[in-house]
Design a protein around this ligand. Sequence first.
Ligand SMILES: Nc1ncnc2c1ncn2[C@@H]1O[C@H](COP(=O)(O)OP(=O)(O)OP(=O)(O)O)[C@@H](O)[C@H]1O
Ligand SMILES: [Mg+2]
Length: 492
Amino acid sequence: MSKAFGGFPALADVTLNLSSGRVHALMGENGAGKSTLIKLIAGVLKPDSISVTKDGSPLPLNDAQDAHKAGFRFIHQELNIVPQVSVAENILLGRDLPRRFGFAVDWNKVKTQAEEALAFLGATHVDVTLPAGDLPAGDKMMMKIAAALVSADQNEPVLYVLDEPTAALTGEESEMLFDVIERLKAKGTAILYVSHRIDEILRICDDITVLRDGEFVSKNEISKTSKVDIIQAMTGRDFKDAYPKREVPIGIDTIASLENVDTSNLQNLNFELRAGEILGVSGLAEAGQTQLLKLFMGLGKVKSGAASFLDEELPRSPSDAWARSVAYIPRERRGEALCLDMSVRANIVLPHLSDYGFYAKPWLENKDALEFGGKVQLKSSGSTQPVGQLSGGNQQKIVFARAIQGNPKLLLLDEPTRGVDIGAKYDIYLLVRELSANGCAVILTSTDLPEVLGMCDRVLVMQEGRQAHLLERGEMTSADLLSHFFNNNDAA
Ligand SMILES: Nc1ncnc2c1ncn2[C@@H]1O[C@H](COP(=O)(O)OP(=O)(O)OP(=O)(O)O)[C@@H](O)[C@H]1O
Ligand SMILES: [Mg+2]
């Protein structure tokens, strides 16, 4: 298959072979063409050329219906959900809903079918009558996986395609997904799997195809390759140290201090944050990590205790926070952080416009957009390209570029490297280290525990909205950290 966008090839004559009962990994850096390949076989993007065969005979693939008829099922990278309607309807979206006497929709059946699909995943806790938009990110992903699994139609699935499903899942939820993949594999379906987490790939996949800049690089059995080989194939370079070390000691100035603080949704917050310090926030899903970051964005109310930021009260609103040099990288880049129809340049410089004075200075904006885009190794066709056209990982880099442009004093990072490839991750870690060396304090939360341990000086563990532990990172392993998510014996 081949596909170019405006003369620029995103995929050049790439071949992929998938076998029943095997999990096939598709890997490559951000912008390598993985999602484009998937959209071609899903029939949602028009190819420049494609030829598909199944069991040796040619298969027509002109649109999404053809792909569905062939038994191909997709979970795309950016979840398309209808937030206002129920989880059950989202799961059965685009199918013939079960009906009574041939016309009235049988809502009881809709509900049962949706519940059955979720039960197959082990996600029985999800209430299918809730509006889908109200679900936490992990459950939204479970819902989309259930939608691909639902067996409400005649075309038996032969291939499941998952584009970075675990980027939005916690460790526990990922395990549930791996279990489902095992069961699908045992039923004889083929699986195409995209992820930037190499350890995960080595564990659950049988075969691997690597792309680089839209071109096929290599195909191999997982058992005959290694982490080092895969990274080499993806990047064309040798493996770098995963986390850059702290080189400048933590500063003396206190950036923030919380003493016995309770807020509308958090309790028992007790910590000081010093200039240059990187504080990790960890815990099970939804334990209050995001709320803690949002407290410093002025999105939370202190009810009791003493809280200060730069010797004054905490920011009262996001604009107050922004004015006082707090930068925030939210978890949901598409919903909370980006204007997808607008250009790369606008997305990077928009919140900084007041720094440019009264008149528009497009040349200066361009220069800055290029400079800060360059710092995060952004791959785009230029500063006027709409952000919606960038690959998932490159969209995340835009959010990062914008945050660092303001020289923040406090940087709040919620899953900063989600969907970002291994080389670009390293670049982002270097930038965080550089900001910290210049005195910027950082609060970071991530479901990637090695990332928390690799970057943070201390780790605050939350349990159900309470601060449960404040740990020195020391020689801690991921398993040690994980055990603190559950136990409660040493008070913080
Ligand atoms: N609609 C579009 N218009 C123009 N260019 C596009 C469009 N969609 C994708 N591209 C370009 O095609 C290239 C491949 O993008 P793709 O989304 O396939 O990457 P990817 O391998 O999935 O990356 P990631 O790991 O970041 O998700 C990128 O350079 C991207 O900017
Ligand atoms: Mg992608």
